[in-house]
Design a protein around this ligand. Structure first.
Ligand code: C2E
Ligand code: MG
Ligand code: MG
Length: 558
């Protein structure tokens, strides 16, 4: 007898598990056995849509009457369908012997059970879809970064990561494909590409799509060569004006031969992506293996980027002062402010952190901090009765995009009520015309405010004569490369003498930096430069040490 109680038991059992398919056999026994049902099948027919990039057709037997021996002829006695939200169809068919004879009520009960079952499958399918789409790139149906990382994590936990190479690849010239075929067909080409990649992939490997033309993969080490061959050239087709046109796709690939130094799954992506970006900048390479140096450099830069803001607010930055000395009188006539970062127990030097900060436009924060600290210090010297000297402060070229910078500088100097002549702004020589415009505007503003400026590293840019001609500067700092050679030649001397003469005639002051030896000072004196900065006199020193210098400005050495 099948009654409402059987239906209740059926529903109770189904609800026990999220996976309807798994408990179907158990649940159906309550209604199928009394009715002599021999088996129940389900056909899933899910079309290709935006949410489900791969269509799915599946035929599953969800119930078999195990008590029934080899039965006589069966027919479909009941067929019921359920439409899924993406317009797919799930159809259940109930088979029983040809001589089956159900009452109307029994038929209705069975139909209710089937409907409940279909709704359960629909819901299960939806949950699965939501989970999957959170892990899937919608266009190609390949795992996205989330799906990829979850696979990497599993492999990491299983201790199997080192059996793989990790790849990051990017399609070369894909913009051209886009222009030629238009966005819609380009999407189709990407889908075809994804399908080709999937054909290569084994069950325990993964290929992910991060979006655009960026892909990642974890492929077993022994298949490296084959995979690189595939990435080097894959020929597909695109439809243009109704015709199939061949498209050869060629990826630029970064490969990381995974070793046991991986600390977190993200490194599997980041290390190969470093190699990919290096390979991209070397246009001749289609693939590149990551090296330890590449990854530690990038790691270090990331550390600097991540800890800069906290470092600045935690007072980890200090301003050091390097004296500028008049070699005629051996006295301190000025100083340059140079920043030092005391970070996690070690000093980090500006040659390391400044370029990273400049790339992220963080340097302006530091430079404003430095000028403020310098002004505060000069104020304190005046208040203490020390006789201050002018201090120059470096501003990065990337700072100059801020149009308010000159006003900001002036406001800070005013705030500490110090004479403008105690401050000088250093900017480095520049290569591009756009930068040249920015520097000219900035220096003109400073000049209008009576703040002096100097060109740092003079002679290393591409048009030093142009600087002398165009820029309204007060000082040039001749780069140390001009005096660096072990033995200074006649040629060096002629060059320096004429730079200095030209500058002087233009009313531009000259200082030479990086002076370490007595013979350099002699040469500089001969050619007319008597203001120097360098280790010969002093290294950059802490504020307290520099204050001692200010007490007695004269060096006793010859
Ligand atoms: P720079 O402005 O040309 O500063 C001179 C650099 O040469 C300093 O390096 C200084 O320590 C070094 N130096 C001085 N005398 C000698 C010498 O006799 N021999 C040798 N070999 N080197 C000498 P530092 O302090 O490492 O700074 C490097 C660069 O970083 C600076 O070059 C400057 O461009 C930049 N920088 C430093 N502090 C800041 C800052 O607060 N803001 C900005 N934007 N840049 C800064
Ligand atoms: Mg400088
Ligand atoms: Mg310099």
């Amino acid at each position: 007898m099948v009654d409402l109680k059987s239906l209740d038991q059926f529903i109770g059992t189904l609800s026990k598990s999220d996976n309807t398919m798994e408990v179907a056999q158990q649940a159906f026994e309550f209604v199928a056995i009394p009715l002599g049902v021999s088996h129940i099948t389900v056909d899933l027919n899910i079309p290709e849509t935006r949410q489900t990039p791969q269509s799915e057709v599946r035929h599953v037997c969800v119930y078999v009457n195990e008590l029934d021996g080899e039965s006589e002829t069966e027919i479909v006695w009941l067929e019921e369908s359920h439409r899924t939200f993406e317009n797919g169809l799930i159809t259940a068919k109930v088979y029983a012997g040809i001589d089956t004879n159900w009452s109307n009520e029994e038929r209705q009960l069975l139909l209710s059970a089937i409907r409940v079952f279909l709704i359960h499958i629909g819901r299960y399918h939806l949950v699965e879809l939501v989970q999957k789409s959170a892990m899937t790139q919608y266009l190609t149906g390949l795992p996205n970064s989330g799906g990829y990382l979850s696979f990497v994590t599993q492999k990491m936990i299983a201790g199997e990561l080192t059996s793989y190479n990790s790849y990051y690849f990017n399609l070369r010239g894909f913009g051209l494909v886009n222009r030629k075929f238009g966005p819609e067909e380009t999407d189709n080409i990407l889908r075809r590409y994804a399908r080709t990649l999937l054909e290569f992939k084994l069950d325990d490997e993964i290929i992910g799509h991060l979006g655009g033309d960026n892909f990642v993969a974890l492929i077993r080490k022994e298949r490296t060569e084959q995979f690189l061959d595939l990435l080097k050239k894959t020929t597909l087709y695109g439809i243009k004006d109704g015709n199939k046109v061949p498209v050869a796709l060629n990826a630029v690939t970064g490969v990381y031969n995974i070793d046991d130094s991986i600390k977190n799954p993200g490194q599997v992506i980041s290390r190969s992506s470093i190699a990919c970006s290096v390979a991209r900048s070397l246009s001749s390479e289609s693939f590149l293996f990551v090296t330890k140096e590449m990854s530690s450099k990038v790691y270090r830069e990331k550390q600097i980027e991540d800890s800069f803001e906290d470092g600045l607010s935690n007072n980890e930055f200090q301003v050091y002062y390097q004296p500028k000395v008049d070699t005629d009188t051996n006295t301190v006539v000025g100083a340059e402010a140079l920043s030092r970062w005391f970070c996690k127990g070690e000093y980090v030097y500006p040659t390391e952190f400044i370029p990273v900060l400049e790339r992220n436009s963080f340097s302006i924060g530091l430079d404003i901090f430095v000028i403020e600290e310098v002004c505060r210090t000069i104020r304190s010297w005046i208040d203490k009765g020390l006789d201050p000297v002018p201090v120059s402060i470096n501003f990065s070229r990337s700072d100059l995009t801020d149009e308010k910078l000159a006003d900001q500088i002036l406001a800070i100097v005013k705030k500490y009520d110090i004479d403008l002549s105690f401050i000088q702004i250093e900017v480095t020589e520049t290569a591009t015309a756009k930068d040249r415009g920015l520097i000219t505007d900035f220096l003109n503003k400073l000049k209008g405010m009576n703040i002096t400026s100097s060109i740092d590293d003079f002679g290393t840019g591409y048009s030093s004569l142009g600087i002398l001609r165009d820029l309204p500067v007060n000082t040039i700092k001749i780069d140390k490369s001009f005096i660096e050679e072990e033995t200074l030649t006649k040629r060096d001397e002629i060059l320096l003498r004429n730079i200095i003469r030209m500058a002087n005639e233009l009313d531009i002051e000259v200082i030479t930096e990086g002076v370490e030896r007595a013979d350099q000072i002699e040469l500089l004196k001969r050619v007319g430069c008597h203001i120097v900065q360098g280790f010969y006199y002093d290294k950059p020193m802490s504020k307290t040490a520099f204050e001692a210098r200010l007490e007695d400005k004269v060096y006793l050495r010859a």
